[in-house]
Design a protein around this ligand. Structure first.
Ligand SMILES: *[C@@H]1O[C@H](CO)[C@@H](O)[C@H](O)[C@H]1NC(C)=O
Ligand SMILES: *[C@@H]1O[C@H](CO)[C@@H](O)[C@H](O)[C@H]1NC(C)=O
Ligand SMILES: *[C@@H]1O[C@H](CO)[C@@H](O)[C@H](O)[C@H]1NC(C)=O
Ligand SMILES: *[C@@H]1O[C@H](CO)[C@@H](O)[C@H](O)[C@H]1NC(C)=O
Length: 375
């Protein structure tokens, strides 16, 4: 009986338009099912059908898949992610939701390719010197939705199959300065930083590697239109810089940076509001190896959909393997959060963004924060 009912639902869903996301497709399919996990376990054809829909949705997308892997193995991976997402979303005590996405049938190795080594020096333990007019800040602020500096945040980018998050985070932090100078939307070129700076191309880098490069060039960097990304995100064989744009028009101010005090999220909030977006490195988990905490963090991060990301016990001083930008802060259902811009495309997460729990140094968000701008 249960099986027949599924067949019926499957037939009806045969007509759904392709604008339905994979997660919406699954949610509709299982809406009246009591034990969703058992239903998935006992219905291989149901899983196949969902996988088929998933493949259709992502057939147009750039494929990040590295290895030729048997389809049946990919279905197994997909099924385990499907169950993980359903179980998580059924838990009423969690502050965020997950969704199936492009990565849901990737191997551990493929998912780890998006992670990279972020080199960090010592943390900064020095108490910040705050000027009087930096003390007052509103309870919430969002650089993506404000009128002080139009275009401070550009549309979400996609680093594709390259461990170049550090370059995307750097331009994400600099684009507010560009917008302030030129009153237009930058998009600045992460590809220039990947190809030309001292960072390690697709193998990671540090904040300083890319900052020093821009500074050495007289505070100049190319616009994305003048130095576009490669189609697969990979590093070019050589630096192809031809036309850079300056970020310091007034000789009184130079492009500088400040490494903010570690684990001082109150100060980060003031810097974010008064000065601009904050670059930080983050532990977004690890697929390979047997560290179950890191595997759990990666499952949740990769499949994040909405709400406030909170994984209690997530390590704060090790496995720093992603770099992102904080663009705002606020409170949702009583939980304080940072609004963060990722570089995994606009279909990842919440339109390319995520909210991360604030005032808990979640996964190291407050361990190595940086601000860069003109001062
Ligand atoms: C933008 O900000 C306004 C005013 O604070 C708010 O009403 C609106 O919901 C915000 N929009 C988005 C998309 O966050
Ligand atoms: C910035 O550009 C917008 C149009 O995109 C214009 O309406 C506004 O007046 C400009 N602001 C300044 C300060 O020039
Ligand atoms: C160089 O970049 C500036 C700013 O984007 C643009 O106005 C100019 O046309 C570009 N020149 C060339 C030769 O591409
Ligand atoms: C985890 O793997 C490492 C080596 O890869 C091994 O030394 C260690 O014993 C393993 N730990 C557990 C709990 O299995």
């Amino acid at each position: 009986m249960e099986y027949l009912r599924h067949l019926l639902i499957l037939c009806l869903l045969g007509y759904v338009s392709s604008s339905v996301t994979v997660q919406e497709y699954v949610d509709k399919l299982l809406v009246n099912t009591n034990n969703k996990i058992a239903t998935i376990e006992s219905n291989p054809e149901l899983v196949n059908r969902i996988y088929h829909y998933f493949k259709e949705q992502y057939s147009q997308e750039h494929s990040n898949k590295l290895v030729d892997f048997k389809r049946s193995k990919r279905v197994e991976i997909f099924k385990s992610n499907l169950k993980y997402v359903i179980e998580h979303n059924e838990n009423p005590s969690t502050t965020f939701k997950l969704k199936l996405n492009e990565m849901s049938d990737w191997t551990d190795n493929e998912r780890d390719q998006l992670r990279t080594n972020i080199q960090n020096g010592p943390v900064n333990t020095k108490e910040p010197v705050e000027s009087r007019d930096e003390v007052i800040v509103p309870d919430e602020f969002d650089w993506t939705n404000q009128t002080r500096v139009p275009y401070a945040v550009t549309p979400v980018k996609n680093q594709r199959h390259c461990g170049s998050c550090y370059a995307f985070a750097m331009v994400g932090a600099l684009e507010k300065t560009y917008a302030e100078l030129y009153n237009q939307s930058g998009p600045l070129s992460p590809q220039e930083l990947i190809d030309c700076s001292d960072a390690n191309g697709c193998e990671g880098g540090s904040f300083e590697d890319t900052f020093n490069y821009v500074q050495r060039n007289g505070d100049k960097i190319s616009l994305e239109k003048d130095y576009p990304s490669t189609s697969d995100g990979k590093q070019n064989e050589k630096c192809l810089r031809t036309n850079q744009t300056t970020l310091s028009l007034n000789p009184k101010y130079r492009l500088q940076y400040e490494q903010l005090q570690t684990e001082n999220e109150d100060h980060m909030k003031k810097v974010l509001y008064h000065r601009g977006p904050i670059y930080f490195s983050f532990n977004c988990g690890k697929r390979e190896g047997n560290d179950t905490m890191l595997r759990d963090v990666s499952n949740k991060f990769d499949h994040y959909a909405s709400g406030v990301f909170d994984v209690p016990g997530c390590p704060t001083h090790r496995n720093m393997n992603h770099a992102l930008v904080i663009v705002g802060y606020g409170t949702e259902n009583g939980v304080e959060f940072w609004k963060v811009k990722n570089s995994w495309g606009a279909t990842w997460g919440d339109h390319g963004y995520l909210k991360i729990k604030r005032n808990d140094n979640m996964c190291g968000i407050a361990t190595w924060p940086y601000y860069t701008g003109l001062f």
